[in-house]
Design a protein around this ligand. Structure first.
Ligand SMILES: [Zn+2]
Length: 265
């Protein structure tokens, strides 16, 4: 349904769009499209200390799947740029020949391959913020739907409990966490914020990164952890525990990555 809109993106913008999508998925961009790797159509993205060479292909005219010939020497390029992973970011699909090659790279060369094709892009678009989408699409309001969207939906920031920085902003997501703090009276508080602000208070073994729990599967595990903590024998919870837990859940919905995308972690 957004297919036509996707093919109206210019090749140059396709790379910027790739950067925004990867950022949305929790990656940081080590080398962006403006700096250009090789012929300028590639980038380098990082996640959990792993470097990925990103190959952006936008066959908007032919709409033909990317084949082996269009994607030469993957292994050499990955090694040359000090990466251990490879991401396809295509506005089409891949031919079966290329898919076989990617499987072989995974199995035989232990290159971590992440395949993002048109269908994946169309799945992820609805979870993205309208202000990002409006850079690329004419009707972002029809695309930027997310779980909370209804007519009076308004973006609600989630502030670090210490410094009041909005930890949902894309540049802050990878630097933020949620955890528990047990005070001197053995009362447990739910705390979230920038790592540098709240890390030192997390004196319970359980904590999670905001960049992690934005994946719905991870959020479900985090909910189990919260359930476990609150049902500990003789636990004493702070009065605002459930208030902050509700704030957190409501806020994370705004940046939640849909089901199935958890495999990128
Ligand atoms: Zn902070």
């Amino acid at each position: 349904m957004y297919k036509e809109d996707i093919y109206e993106i210019t090749p140059n913008n396709w790379e910027w769009f790739a950067q925004d999508v990867l950022f949305h998925l929790g990656f940081s961009i080590a080398v962006g499209p403006s700096e250009g790797v090789d012929d300028g159509s590639d980038m380098i993205a990082e996640l959990d200390g792993k470097r990925y060479l990103v190959s952006c292909k936008h066959n908007y005219k032919t709409r033909k799947n990317v084949g082996v010939r269009e994607e030469c020497d993957i292994q050499d390029r990955v090694v040359q740029h000090d990466c251990t992973g490879f991401i396809t970011f295509y506005s089409v699909g891949a031919t079966s020949g290329l898919k076989r090659k990617l499987i072989a790279l995974k199995d035989k060369a232990s290159i971590d391959v992440i395949e993002i094709y048109l269908d994946n892009v169309m799945d992820i678009i609805p979870s993205m913020q309208g202000y990002i989408l409006q850079k690329y699409f004419k009707r972002p309001q029809e695309m930027g739907r997310n779980l909370l969207s209804h007519t009076d939906f308004e973006y609600k920031p989630l502030f670090c409990m210490k410094c009041k920085l909005d930890i949902l902003k894309k540049e802050n997501v990878p630097r933020s966490l949620v955890g528990f703090y047990e005070d001197s009276e053995k009362i447990i508080h739910l705390i979230y914020g920038c790592k540098k602000c709240v890390n030192k208070y997390c004196n319970d073994p359980y904590w999670a990164e905001i960049g992690q729990i934005r994946y719905i599967e991870q959020m479900l595990s985090w909910r189990e952890i919260v359930d476990e903590v609150v049902s500990r024998p003789e636990v004493k919870l702070s009065e605002d525990f459930y208030k902050y837990w509700a704030f957190l859940q409501e806020a994370i919905l705004q940046i939640q990555v849909p089901q199935g995308w958890g495999r990128w972690l």
